[in-house]
Design a protein around this ligand. Structure first.
Ligand code: PMP
Length: 338
C-alpha cells in the first residue's frame, strides 16, 4: 500500500508546468512551479512545517502548546495543518480588512481567529501588532512565530523548494523570478540555486507602494515609496530579516491592475487557477523578457490558489470598480440589438 501517514507528508514535490500562451514572443522556455498543489493550497505549507520543526527542536514550542501568528491566509493555513497533525492550538491574529471567507477558512481548520481594526496606529493597544504581542505574553506555553524575521522560513526553501527546482530542470535553470513578501521564498531558493550555479539570475517581483526595489538599488529605506496598494502577498513597508538582498539580482515592480489582469489570463489562457501574486509574477517575467536568450530556462513560482480570490480578482464587479476591467457587461439588449 502507498499512503501518506498524515497530510503533512503530502507537502512539496509540486509540478513544474510550461507556460504556453501568455509568454508568446519569449523564445526561452518559461516554467511555472505551481505551489497550489500543496495540501494547504500554497507554498506556505513548506515553511510552516519547518518553522514548527525548528521551534520544537530549540524548545520554544512545547507539547500541547499554542502557536500564535499574525496571518490572514496562507501561512495560517499551513500552520493549521501542522497544529492538527501535532496537537497544538493555533491563534491567528488578523486585520478586519481581510475577507470573511479567509476567516472562515482558518476556523474550518481549527484555528482561533482574533480580528483587529486596521485603521489604528501600531502603538494602539487594539492594533494587530499590540494584540499579537500581548497574546503571546499572556498565553501560557505559547510560541510567537513571526514569519518575517524567523529564518526557518527561508531555510525551508533552501532545503526543499530550491533543490526541487534544480532537479526538475536538470540543472538547466538560468533565471528564477518570484514575488517577494517576507522574502522567504526568493532568499532560500536563490541561495540554493546560486550555490549550484552562480550565473543563475534571481529576480524579485515587487508591488508599487513597497520599499524593496528602491532599497535594493540604492540602499536607502525610502518612506516615500510606501503607500496603500491592492496586490496581496507581495511588497512590504518593512525590511524583513528573511529578505537576503545579496542573492537577489534585481526587482521589477508590477501594477495592481497588471497583476489582476494577468491572474485572470493565467486561468483563462493556461488553465492555471492561481492567486493574485502569480499574475504579478508572470507579468514580471514579461517585463524582464529582454534579459532572456532563446536557450534560457526561466522558472517563475506561483504562490497560492485562485480560490482565495473569487470575490476579488475573479469577480467582474470588483475588477470594474477598480478600473481593472475594460470590457463592459454585455446586456441581452445589446446582443440582440434592441
Ligand atoms: N504571494 C502570496 C500569495 C503570499 O501569501 C506570499 C507570502 N507573503 C508571497 C507571495 C511572498 O512570499 P514570501 O513571503 O516567501 O516572500
Amino acid at each position: 500500500m502507498e499512503y501518506a501517514k498524515n497530510i503533512l507528508e503530502t507537502i512539496g514535490n509540486t509540478p513544474l508546468v510550461k507556460i504556453n500562451r501568455i509568454t508568446k514572443g519569449i523564445e526561452a522556455l518559461v516554467l511555472a512551479k505551481v505551489e497550489t498543489f500543496n495540501p494547504g493550497n500554497s507554498v506556505k505549507d513548506r515553511m510552516a512545517v519547518k518553522m514548527v520543526d525548528d521551534a520544537e527542536a530549540n524548545g520554544s514550542l512545547k507539547p500541547g502548546g499554542t502557536i500564535i501568528e499574525g496571518t490572514s491566509g496562507n501561512t495560517g493555513m499551513g500552520l493549521a495543518l501542522v497544529a492538527i497533525a501535532r496537537g497544538y492550538k493555533l491563534i491567528c491574529v488578523i486585520s478586519d480588512k481581510q475577507s470573511k471567507e479567509k476567516m472562515d477558512i482558518l476556523r474550518a481548520v481549527g484555528a482561533e481567529v482574533v480580528v483587529c481594526p486596521t485603521n489604528v496606529s501600531p502603538e494602539d493597544p487594539r492594533s494587530y501588532y499590540s494584540v499579537s504581542k500581548r497574546l503571546s505574553e499572556e498565553t501560557p506555553n505559547s510560541w510567537y512565530v513571526n514569519q518575517y524575521d524567523n529564518l526557518s522560513n527561508s531555510l525551508a526553501h533552501y532545503e526543499q523548494t530550491g533543490p526541487e527546482i534544480w532537479k526538475q530542470t536538470d540543472g538547466k535553470i538560468t533565471h528564477f523570478i518570484v514575488g517577494v513578501g517576507t522574502g522567504g521564498t526568493i532568499s532560500g531558493v536563490g541561495k540554493y540555486l546560486k550555490e549550484k550555479n552562480p550565473n543563475i539570475k534571481i529576480w524579485g517581483v515587487d508591488a508599487y507602494g513597497s520599499v524593496f526595489k528602491k532599497y535594493h538599488e540604492t540602499g536607502v529605506f525610502d518612506e516615500n515609496e510606501i503607500y496603500t496598494y491592492i496586490t496581496e502577498g507581495i511588497g512590504e513597508d518593512i525590511l524583513p530579516k528573511n529578505v537576503d538582498f545579496e542573492v537577489i539580482d534585481g526587482f521589477t515592480k508590477v501594477t495592481d491592475k497588471d497583476g489582476a489582469v494577468f491572474t485572470r489570463k493565467l486561468a483563462k489562457e493556461e488553465g492555471i487557477f492561481v492567486g493574485y501574486s502569480a499574475g504579478s509574477a508572470i507579468k514580471g517575467v514579461l517585463q524582464l523578457k529582454e534579459h532572456f536568450k532563446p536557450e534560457d530556462v526561466v522558472v517563475v513560482l506561483f504562490h497560492d490558489s485562485g480560490s482565495r480570490y473569487i470575490a476579488k480578482v475573479f469577480n467582474d464587479d470588483w475588477m470594474r470598480n477598480r478600473g481593472f476591467l475594460e470590457t463592459e457587461v454585455k446586456l441581452a439588449e445589446d446582443l440582440i440589438g434592441i
